[in-house]
Design a protein around this ligand. Sequence first.
Ligand code: SF4
Length: 334
Amino acid sequence: MGGGAPVSVQSMCTADTRDAAAAVRQVNALAAAGCDIVRLAVPDMDAAKAFRTIKEQTRVPLVADIHFDYRLALECIKSGADKIRLNPGNIGGKENVRAVADAAGEKGVPIRIGVNGGSLEKDLLEKYGHPTAEALCESALRHAALLEDCGFRDIGISIKSSSVPMMVEAYRKIAALTDYPLHLGVTEAGTEYTGIIKSSIGIGSLLLDGIGDTIRVSLTADPVREVKAGIELLKALDLRRGARLTSCPTCGRCQVENMIDIANRVSARLEGVDKDIHVAVMGCVVNGPGEAREADIGFACGRGSALLFKKGEILRKVHIDEAVDELFREIESM
Ligand code: SF4
């Protein structure tokens, strides 16, 4: 994470970490969906001890999310955590910060400082009146300074807010102030539909500016949906390879009745395709052939038939009921 590494997608388990079997199941489901990094809440010592079992039975990098108790961080570092999320200003003093920094440094475990608009320090709230982009930045840099004082610099930072404009402003400010890798997210973004819109605007705006090293789309939904949304977000910005679909939104020119169903079927089947291809499914011969030609593969529908294109060339005319299967036959051969 950071430097020239590709932007990674992460999510967080909703399973109770103390129930190692349930957490393992969910970590594996997230990894299977393409999640690069999985975070687990570690609220107590039982959870910290379960972390070892979960780590042993999974392959994806795991982050231990810890608040207040530095001993949980030490236990998770021992248990093989790949990263710790903790705010050093909240763990009870310099000695504790040093203990965590030393243990993490010894094992090469990075620490993410996670500042959140909803949990800013009291003095900063008094200074700024309410959560602001400046307050978020000041808080993050203050936490970072505590680790730097211990000679620890393997740091990542997030400064999340549920307000998209504030989150974008805060990350732009912090990106100008530090070179630490940034974990982007709109916190408590909402249920799936709203949350994806808010996250896409917030995270997407920053990534377009070249800001951000890892992302989490935060949704009140199954975390697998967060991963799928994060991957789509990166693909839309050409930051991740994979299958991308252009599909006709349908209009009065559409020559096929079930265009929406066709596009949904193609989209669902593309989830299982691990190829860097651009696919277009179009509803007419007005815009259809142009888009289908620009894609790697696609079809444009006519009445009862579809013209199949590949790499800009017409392949053949197929019956409309066969179009999706024919498309995937061609995709398999690519
Ligand atoms: S591809 Fe054709 S049918 Fe689809 S929206 Fe465009 S013009 Fe309309």
